[in-house]
Design a protein around this ligand. Structure first.
Ligand code: ADP
Ligand code: MG
Length: 681
């Protein structure tokens, strides 16, 4: 078994499971191992039932002293059990499981896991898991809980992962002894086994240390590698001066100071011999697209081709439409290259690109990896997320001798991290927003004020504006009480009389998604219920309200991204966060959203509230669901990884083998670069 093997090589994963897993971004064994529990249940030792709090999952147990099966009408049954532990007698009840009665033996010691509740004045555990304490099928230990996504339960995932980690051995180790010993690292197989099924708290921490080291090593290697390539790639990336005034004058607005200075930086890079590798960072709505367009205008006017890549096809289409309009009067030829084109059409576009007839190619991030041959590629722009891993960088340099790269991101990262995370890039920050913008009014609501929120939304939309309503999950499921987009859609269709409500989510067909987005954009849909698919980049200026259900489930950065979908014209916009948790942290995050409108400040606050870098932090929270940037909070590991990455880079091919498996390293750098966006959590 190799980590790069497809998940279909796992017993029990057929075509149907494969689709479900791939929808979660899991296509290889490595991906599965990297899908870490978002929390754990501590079932290490039983507690006296007297001491356990109400409403929390607990592990208790005792000797069964009584059982009674009763019928409670309509064919339903209730099995009542009484058990005794050292602190007294407690009850367990099971609804509609009459078959259990026969199997349970009086006088036997049982272990139970479930929630304790008060019921008719007695502490009672309802429908717990229950096993004879001495049975081999023990439920004790630290049990992983995976975030459930459509169709695959945490239990199922846990079984799949178990079958993999049981087979892992030292053959999956990709670091040489030197690095392992020097840094006192746990072996790779141990790390994966214990991040999923920790033997103890200490084992979990060792595993976590190792896996964070792996990520940071790959990341730092990639940053240093890119920096070196850029320093070597000289000469051919120089683009002739061009009068960009013609383009700027064609715009219906004047540039903000931030836009102007980003453009100045880019101009300087383009005309320089050293290839551009610049990140333009600016909050949603600050107007990054026109900055990218100016760069394209320059490159194309000087006789080069430009590729513009977006993270999703919806966005690629949107950019294509915008660029087509904005460049029409300059006679630039532009094409959209996405999957699902008719083969004749695709062939024609490809030949246009390789002959140089097409100047601007818009597509998704797959564009650069595919078989596209460019006549004279001079500029690559990626919008929202994603820089280049070592492999992609190599592919890029094969497409053209020295390509100028411009990355645009709305993900502000804490200033303290910028120099490390973007060590291979120069960056321009756009701080100002177009001056016609009003701050979005953000309100924080609870279940109690939920109805009022929807009443406000109804009024706002009836007066002619449009609204997004975001839910954290697609469909209802028993295991969670998250609001689902489907249920919300049904609810709002009834609530919003006379309005057209639409529903969009990731599982819809591509064409269907597009149709719905278009209807929302042209106003035939007024209220769009969605999952986070709308998160990145979508621009519908008429939308002035966004409601986010289960706001407590989203990170601050993500909430801020979502909020940025409104406030895109000169009307007053509103953002309602409906929060169903009263935990201190959730409330602090809601308040941060209400009070702070600046993305950078939000990111600092996010970083602070997450308590990044706390390696000994409670296991309850795991770390997998957190932002990529949290990794950089582990200062000590970061230092080790950085100096090791430098060492690897200073060695020649034959020496590197001693330190790492270079193929694995590259696999990991690509993987981590793809994740480099805290939007998608
Ligand atoms: P983002 O930075 O989120 O990608 P966009 O480029 O989509 O933002 O711009 C958001 C909106 O603001 C667009 O409708 C765009 O036309 C408009 N816009 C951009 N720059 C300015 C400006 N200087 N003045 C007024 N409106 C602007
Ligand atoms: Mg944008």
């Amino acid at each position: 078994m190799r980590l790069s093997d497809s998940i279909t090589t796992i017993k029990g994963v057929g075509a149907k499971k494969q689709i479900l897993l791939e929808a979660m971004g899991i296509s290889t064994i490595y991906d599965l191992l990297e899908h870490k529990p978002f929390r754990y249940q501590n079932r290490l030792s039983r507690e006296p039932f007297m001491d356990v709090p109400e409403g929390k999952d607990v592990l208790i147990g005792g000797i069964l002293i009584n059982k009674r099966l009763r019928s409670i009408g309509k064919g339903r049954t209730m099995l009542e059990c009484a058990l005794r532990d050292e602190s007294g007698i407690f009850h367990a009840i099971f609804f509609n499981m009459p078959f259990l009665e026969k199997n349970l033996r009086l006088g036997t010691d049982y272990t139970l896991f479930g929630k304790m509740k008060w019921r008719n004045g007695a502490k009672t555990i309802v429908n717990p898991e229950m096993y004879p304490t001495d049975s081999p099928r023990d439920i004790r230990g630290i049990i992983p809980v995976y975030r459930r996504t459509a169709g695959i339960s945490s239990n199922e995932l846990s079984k799949l992962v178990r079958s993999i980690v049981d087979k892992l051995d030292e053959s999956c180790e990709w670091l040489g002894d030197e690095l392992i010993e020097k840094n006192n690292l746990a072996p790779e197989d141990y790390a994966y086994r214990n991040i999923h099924f920790p033997e103890s708290g200490a084992a979990y921490n060792r595993a976590k240390f190792r896996l964070i080291y792996d990520k940071l090593l790959a990341f730092q290697y990639s940053v240093l590698y890119n920096r070196r390539i850029l320093d070597e790639e000289c000469g051919n990336s120089k683009i002739a001066p061009v009068d960009i005034g013609k383009f700027l004058e064609s715009l219906p607005f004047r540039l903000t100071l931030g836009q102007q200075s980003a453009i100045d930086d880019i101009e300087h890079d383009l005309m320089n011999t050293r290839a551009m590798n610049r990140l333009v960072q600016g909050d949603v709505g600050c107007g990054k697209t026109v900055v990218a367009e100016t760069a394209i205008f320059h490159a194309v006017s000087a006789g080069w081709q430009a590729a513009f890549m977006a993270p999703t096809e919806i966005l690629a289409r949107q950019h294509f439409a915008k660029l087509s309009v904005d460049f029409a009067k300059f006679g630039m030829r532009i094409a959209l290259l996405i999957s699902g084109l008719k083969s004749a059409e695709r062939r024609e576009i490809l030949s246009g690109i390789s002959s140089g007839d097409i100047d601007i190619i818009v597509g998704t991030h797959a564009l650069i990896q595919s078989d596209v041959e460019f006549a004279k590629l001079g500029l690559v722009i990626t919008d929202e997320q994603h820089r280049f891993g070592v492999n992609q960088r190599k592919i890029l340099s094969e497409k053209s001798e020295a390509v100028n790269v411009l990355v645009m991101s709305a993900t502000p990262i804490p200033r303290t991290l910028a120099a490390t995370v973007f060590g291979d890039m120069d960056f321009s920050v756009i701080k100002s927003k177009p001056s016609n913008r009003k701050d979005i009014i953000t309100r924080y609501a609870t279940e109690k004020s939920r109805e009022r929120v929807y009443a406000n939304v109804y009024n706002e939309v009836r007066s002619g504006n449009r609204a997004y309503i975001v839910a954290p999950s697609i469909e209802e499921n028993e295991e969670s009480d998250l609001i689902s987009a489907e249920a919300l859609y049904e609810e709002l269709k009834i609530k919003f009389k006379g309005l057209k409500v639409g529903l969009i989510h990731g599982k819809l067909e591509k064409l269907e998604k597009e149709r719905i987005m278009n209807e929302f954009a042209d106003g035939s849909i007024n209220v769009l219920v969605s999952t986070v698919v709308i998160e990145v980049g979508i621009d519908v200026p008429e939308a002035t309200v966004i409601v986010i259900e289960n706001a407590e489930r989203f990170g601050l950065a993500q909430l801020h991204q979502l909020r940025g979908r409104v406030g895109r014209n000169d009307l007053q916009s509103f953002c309602y966060l409906i929060c169903y948790s009263d935990s201190e942290n959730a409330i602090a995050r809601m308040n941060a959203m209400v009070e702070i409108s600046d993305g950078f400040e939000i990111s600092e606050e996010d970083y602070r509230l997450r308590g990044a870098g706390d390696l000994m932090g409670t296991m309850q929270h795991g770390y997998s669901g957190n932002s990529f940037y949290d990794l950089f909070g582990y200062d000590k590991i970061l230092k080790l990884a950085t100096s090791d990455a430098e060492q690897i880079l200073s060695k020649d091919q034959s020496e590197i083998k001693e330190l790492v498996d270079i193929e694995q390293l590259q696999l990991r750098t690509n993987n981590i670069m793809m994740q480099d966006n805290s939007n998608i959590i």
